[in-house]
Each structure stands twice: as C-alpha cells, then as structure tokens.
Design a protein around this ligand. Structure first.
Ligand code: AMP
Length: 592
C-alpha cells in the first residue's frame, strides 16, 4: 500500500473530504451552485429573455431557485442552436454567458447522425481535472498504484478547426488534452501517460493507435493501468494489435519506427523515446505466440504484468464491448469510469471495486445545477407519445427517490439553462446526501415503425441474447447497428452484424429468430403477431465494415476518444456502406 504520507502529498485525502462535505449538504450546495451560475451570467441575453431585469444578487438563494425554475423553460439543444450559432459566427455580446467563449465543443452526437456545438470554457477543463482526481483518489484506496509510473492511455484528439467567427472548435476531450489541466492531472495523480502529445494529437487514429501500443510496450513494466475515455478505443486498439504485433516487435528490436508512421512530428517524437531493445522484442514475440494460441485471452496481464486494472467507460452503449475486454483482461479488475457529457460532468464512480454492470455514479453537486424529470414507463400501447415514458414535473437533486427513473436536466457554468441532456438514469442509492445514479440509456427511441417503441437498451438486450448462440459456434460479434425500414411495406427492423469467426447459416438464422422473439415491447409483439411489422432481417456484413463506419465519422471530425457506434441509423451514407458490405441476409420466422 502507498503510505499515508504519499496519499496526502497527492492531495487524495483532501479531495475525498471535500467531496464528502459537498455530498453531505448536496441540496444546499446545489442551490448555491445555481445562484453562482446566475450571478456570473446575470444579464446575459438568454436569461434576460426569461428573467427580465431581476437583480439576482439581491435575491435570497432558495427564492431565486424557485423563481428560476418557474420562469426559465426546459430547453433542448434545438432551442439553443441559434444562440450558439451566433457565438460560432463571432457575435461577442453576452448571449449565454458573461465570460467570453473562445472554444466550442462538438458533442459526439453520432446517435443522431450530426454533431452539436456546445460552449466550452476553462471551467470545463477544471471540472474534468477535478473529477479525474476525485475518481483516482477513490481508486487508489482499492487499487493503490506506485507514484511516478505510467498509464497506457488510448486517447486521441480530433482536429481542431476555426468557426466562421474564429472560435476554436473540436471535441471536449481534444480541448482537455490540449489544456494545462491535462498536464496538471499527470503531476497531481503522479502517473504519466506513455505517449507524448504528438501521438495523442496526430489526427490520424491508426498511426496514434500504433504508437500508443508501441510506447505502451516500450514502457511495459512501468504501466500501472490501461485506460481510454470509452472502452471502444481499448478494444479497437487490441484488435489492431492482433494484426500489428510483428511490426511493433520489429520496431522495438531495431529501435526504428515503422514506415507506416508517416507523420514527421510523430516519427521524431517516437524516435526520441525508443532505442534498439532486442531482449524486449524477443520477450514480446514469445508472449504473443503464446497468446495467439489462446485467441489472445489474457493479453493485457501477459504484456503489462504490473498493470493493476483497466479503467474506462464501460456502461451504456459501451456494454457490448465488455465481453471482448474481459477476454483481453483475463483476471484483471475492470473499473468503469465516470459519467459525464460534453455539456457537463455529472457523477463519479466512487466504488471502484463494483463490477462494471453494477456501477453507479455519485453526482457532484458543485459541477452544474441538476434537475431530474421523473419518467414513468407506460404499460399500455400509446401511439401518441414520443417514447415509452410519461413525464412528471422536474425535481431538484434533493428530492430524487431511490428506484425512480429520471431524465437529467442541466444548468451549467458554460451557458446552458435547464437543458435536457436526453439521458435516462435511475437513482440507485445515496452517498451521504447526493444521489448515486445508474445509467440506463439515451432517452430517444431508436427503433420504431409504428406503435412499437424500442430504445438502445432494448436493442442491446436483444442482440446480447441473439449473439450468445454465436459463442457456441465459435464466432463472436464484433459490432452491430440497426435500421427501421419504413420504406418497404410492411416496415421492419434490420439488424446489421459484423462477426469474427465462422458461423453457418443455420446458426445465423436461429440468431435472427431469437432476436425477433426477444423484443419485449408490447407494441412490437402485437404488430409482429398481426404482421403489421414484417419479419426481422439480420444482415451479416463483411469484416472491416464497422472500421469503415468509424473512418466515415472520423472524416467528419469525430474523435476516436468519444466515438460511439450508432446503434441505429437512417443516415444514407451509413446505410450505403452497410448495404454494400452485406454478404448474407436472414429473415425471421419467429412469428410464422
Ligand atoms: P459526448 O457526446 O461524448 O459528450 O457523449 C456524452 C454521452 O455519452 C452522455 O450523454 C451519455 O449518453 C454517454 N455517457 C457518458 N458517460 C457515460 C457513462 N459513464 N456510462 C454510460 N454512458 C455514458
């Protein structure tokens, strides 16, 4: 165990006791946080529109909170888009905040097929640093790490670009990796990333991945844990490693970086670090040969023997990659990382030993002002509602109840007011006075033809059951997406699978039937029985199709660090890729 004095010097006790304090008084802290946001942004155009000329400084805090929630309406991104666009176009008047906005973030928005601009300020980087330090402090209580050593981080910046008005735009992670706070985090947590800045920001994710792996192996005995923002990046890196390991070994042997790394800055940065190491190369080679015979089971502990755990977001749309990660990680603990969005960080995983499936996120009440819209699932089919939920009036953080599902609403320091995030969470319990949330899913329905309503989580459950049959056939699901085909009548769902290994047609056809029968939504079942929704179609796409989809998004400015495979798409380009790459089609006979 690290000594108490060591932990003290990292400020771990300090940050944990700070969090315990604000959790204890979370209701009060939330009211104060709202007042602070409104004071800082008093008089901005958007707030003036709803609050008029109220002098927020002179109001009593809880009266201001009631007034604010009664006068300012709930808003979606679409309601704020024109304001944000004006900022992007160079309007420097106080529109959403009094602080000048010099940077805009792109939220990944891949599920909706387009990216959204969100204001980014210094506060965004500061909260990122704060939540990382807090989570690191809780982790080191359970899995202490040796100060001064390395982290193998699969992190990637996207290209930053200038908007018409000259603002820097890029993903939030990109801004963070370029910020002072990212350097401070390494100093404060006394763990240093293996790759230099040139690798993180190369702009070519294939070259960055290669270099992360190369340097991760160069520093292999110093690596204390392996991480990425979303677990997709770790899985894609090790899938690539299965094909690249011989080249990486040869680079390590010779101390010369492969010609596949064509970016001069990156080549130089790597050359400054590596030198010929035939001993290490031979050890990696022998290990990889052994691993290959075990289909790469336990790759991580074998090649990084001092790694204590793997740390990344593994919940929500990342859950389907957990199985593959477990395969690579063998016995190493998997620690699910924190919950946040480009708009605001929300909660930290303060129970690092809980398995990723059970992880909860303790809301940090100083980051934003949080409201919660109670959601009730409907038992009846109801074709008029936008989704499966009936809403109640939003409640403040201090009034949420265990077991209840909510949509999160944010009021942020960066100028979003009563902004619906679109995520559904469930209150699993409390830490002192602050709720611990389970992430349930994105609220938006993804599959709907008529009265049927299925969310990403519903699709995920169905695919999980269907793909279990693949396991028996010694094949595995690499990735998946879906589409609701309403052009051809009757409308029906199409699920696209990329698989690795061989599965014969009989097995695939069973998978198709199984999935069709597994949708539990009454609207779907009734429509399938009456044939108003046609048989589920399973399309098997050729290997590498989802890599093409990733490339398509990266080409549009997405960053691998924040990439989430869209689980349902109506995007024409994507559908074209999927359909061109389809090699087999199956139609369900589950409903006759
Ligand atoms: P971004 O577009 O990158 O800002 O994505 C933010 C979204 O990613 C959130 O609104 C969630 O839907 C999802 N997300 C972020 N953190 C987590 C987490 N720990 N578990 C599940 N989903 C998450």
């Amino acid at each position: 165990m690290e000594s108490a004095a060591g932990a003290e010097s990292n400020g771990e006790h300090e940050i944990i006791s700070w969090f315990e304090g604000v959790s204890e008084n979370s209701g009060y802290v939330q009211t104060q946080t709202l007042c602070r946001i409104l004071e800082l942004n008093s008089g901005v155009e958007y707030l003036k529109k709803w609050l008029g000329d109220i002098n927020v400084q002179e109001m009593e805090a809880s009266a201001l909170e009631s007034l604010y929630t009664s006068l300012v309406p709930l808003a979606s991104h679409a309601d704020l888009e024109t304001y944000i666009q004006r900022i992007a176009d160079g309007d420097t008047s106080p529109i959403l905040t009094n602080q000048p906005i010099t940077t805009l973030s792109l939220s990944s928005g891949t599920t909706e097929g387009r990216q959204k601009y969100v204001p980014f300020t210094r506060h965004s980087s500061q909260t990122t640093l704060q939540i990382f330090r807090l989570a690191a402090a809780y982790r080191s209580r359970v899995y202490p790490i040796t100060p001064g050593r390395r982290i193998l981080e699969f992190i990637y910046s996207s290209k930053q670009f200038k908007t018409k008005g000259g603002l820097i735009a890029g993903t939030a992670t990109t801004h963070y990796f370029a910020s002072e706070e990212f350097k401070i985090k390494q100093e404060k947590t006394k763990s240093f990333t293996c790759s230099p800045e040139e690798v993180i920001s190369s702009g070519d994710y294939k070259q960055s991945t290669y270099c992360h792996l190369l340097l991760g192996l160069h520093f292999h005995d110093e690596v204390e844990f392996i991480t990425s923002t979303f677990v997709y990046s770790i899985v894609q890196a090790f899938r690539a490693f299965e094909e690249l390991w011989r080249n990486i070994c040869s680079d390590i042997r010779e101390g010369i970086v492969s010609s596949r790394i064509s970016l001069p800055k990156v080549r130089k940065a790597i050359s400054d670090i590596i030198s010929p190491n035939p001993g290490l190369a031979s050890w990696i080679e022998a290990s990889c040969k052994e691993l290959q015979d075990k289909d790469w089971f336990g790759l991580i502990p074998k090649l990084w023997p001092n790694a204590k755990y793997v740390y990344s977001i593994m919940t929500g749309s990342m859950q389907p990659y957990l199985k593959k990660l477990r395969h690579y990680a063998g016995d190493l603990p998997l620690v699910s990382a924190d919950y946040g969005s480009t708009e605001s960080w929300i909660g930290a995983n303060i129970d690092p030993s809980s398995p990723p499936e059970n992880v909860t996120f303790a809301v940090i009440p100083t980051f934003s002002y949080f409201e919660f819209i109670p959601l009730y699932r409907q038992n009846q089919n109801c074709s008029s509602s936008i989704d499966d939920f009936i809403e109640d009036e939003p409640v403040p953080l201090s009034q949420v109840k265990i077991g209840q599902e909510y949509e999160i609403v944010l009021t942020t320091f960066t100028g979003l007011y009563r902004y619906r995030l679109g995520d559904v969470v469930e209150v699993a319990g409390f830490h002192k006075g602050t709720p611990k949330l389970n992430f349930i899913c994105r609220r938006k329905l993804i599959l709907t033809v008529n009265i049927d309503k299925n969310t990403e989580k519903d699709l995920q459950s169905v695919v999980e059951v269907g793909s279990q049959l693949l396991g028996k056939a010694k094949a595995e699901l690499v990735d998946f997406t879906s589409h609701a085909d309403v052009v051809n009548q009757p409308g029906h769902y199409i699920i696209y699978w990329e698989i690795k290994g061989e599965a014969d047609d009989k097995v695939l056809s069973e998978c198709c039937n199984e999935m069709d029968a597994c949708f539990v939504d009454q609207g779907y079942i009734v429509s399938r029985k009456t044939h108003s929704i046609g048989p589920l179609e399973l399309c098997i796409v050729e290997r590498g199709t989802f890599r093409k989809i990733l490339d398509h998004f990266i080409g549009k400015g997405a960053a691998l660090s924040q990439f989430k495979t869209p689980r349902c798409t109506a995007d024409e380009v994507l559908l074209r890729i999927l359909n061109v790459c389809t090699i087999k089609r199956f139609h369900s006979t589950a409903y006759g």
